[in-house]
Design a protein. Structure first.
Length: 312
């Protein structure tokens, strides 16, 4: 896992653990369903950050005979588990709790009625700090992409996951604050149930987005358009070489498989072909700031129509 991703994950982990404790205390003292939903939300987020850290650690294992391309995709697997945990523990539990509160309403009473407001306000501040860290680390690698483009195209799953989690956490806290506040003002606990339901729907939507994006990474995504362009330029920069077809695949966020059939001249000797391939591999590694596994298959130069048919 990249240093920026690790920093954002650890910041979010410490924030969520402390927030979860405060929320549980507030729930036990007031019985607010919004506080319970937010408590479970923070526990789920803490577990998710633990999964991301575990996935990053396991992905560092070296290649083995059974896994000759290494374990880089473990980061995608654990990110997919994050989506499942967020959907089940976070979203579905909050919706269930909202239903129970709607069926059996009870107001927020007692000496500690003010505690949820204090806890939720403090949690918003803590989550905002974690989100600011995630935004700062994402901006280092985002470039000119919009935020939706960054989340959709990022090959490293940790930063998009943390961005969506933290954004969802702050939005959920606002829902909880509104639900608790309106319940205290009106004495009607239906507002608390509605706040809880909004939290549940929010988490389900975020979990589905995460699952869809991580599923695409698990199935195998090609290199970015910029990297593919750089690889093509690197290969064709070698004199006497043309590309018949080129395929790329991310073996992990920082590892790329490059496979290409290249056209050589009929008169090239074995030594010349070998030197040209070595030159192309060197140029590819210089042009792409990723670990590359490269396979270049030489073939005889053919006419343009045949090359186009193969490329298709």
């Amino acid at each position: 896992m990249a240093g920026g991703g690790t920093k954002a994950v650890i910041t979010a982990l410490f924030a969520n653990i402390s927030i979860a404790v405060m929320k549980f205390v507030a729930f036990l003292l007031t019985g607010s369903s919004s506080m319970l939903a937010e408590s479970v939300h923070s526990v789920a987020d803490s577990g998710n950050q633990g999964l991301l850290l575990l996935g990053g650690k396991r992905a560092k294992r070296g290649a083995s005979p059974e896994h000759p391309f290494g374990y880089g995709r473990e980061r995608y697997i654990y990110s997919f588990l994050v989506a499942i945990v967020l959907f089940s523990m976070g979203g579905l539990f909050a919706l269930y709790e909202a239903y129970q509160k709607w069926q059996h309403p009870h107001p927020i009473e007692g000496f500690w009625w003010w505690l949820p407001l204090v806890v939720l306000t403090g949690a918003i501040i803590a989550e905002a700090f974690a989100l600011r860290t995630a935004i700062a680390e994402s901006n280092r690698v985002r470039g000119k992409q919009s935020w939706p483009q960054f989340i959709r195209r990022a090959k490293s799953p940790e930063l998009p996951v943390i961005l969506l989690e933290d954004t969802g956490a702050i939005t959920g806290l606002v829902f909880a604050l509104l639900g608790v506040g309106l319940t205290l003002i009106t004495g009607n606990s239906i507002w608390d149930a509605l706040g809880t339901a909004m939290i549940g729907l929010l988490l389900v939507i975020i979990a589905i987005i995460l699952a869809l994006e991580t599923k695409s990474l698990l199935l195998g995504e090609s290199a970015t358009k910029e990297h593919v362009r750089s690889i093509r330029d690197a290969i064709t920069a070698v004199p006497g070489i043309a590309i018949i077809h080129l395929k790329t695949l991310h073996l992990g966020p920082d590892e790329l498989l490059v496979a290409s059939k290249i056209a050589i001249e009929h008169s090239d000797s074995g030594r010349e072909v070998s030197e040209a391939i070595n030159d192309a591999e060197r140029r590819i590694r210089e042009s792409v700031a990723l670990e590359c596994v490269i396979y270049l298959e030489p073939d005889l130069q053919r006419d343009e129509s045949t090359a186009r048919a193969d490329d298709a």
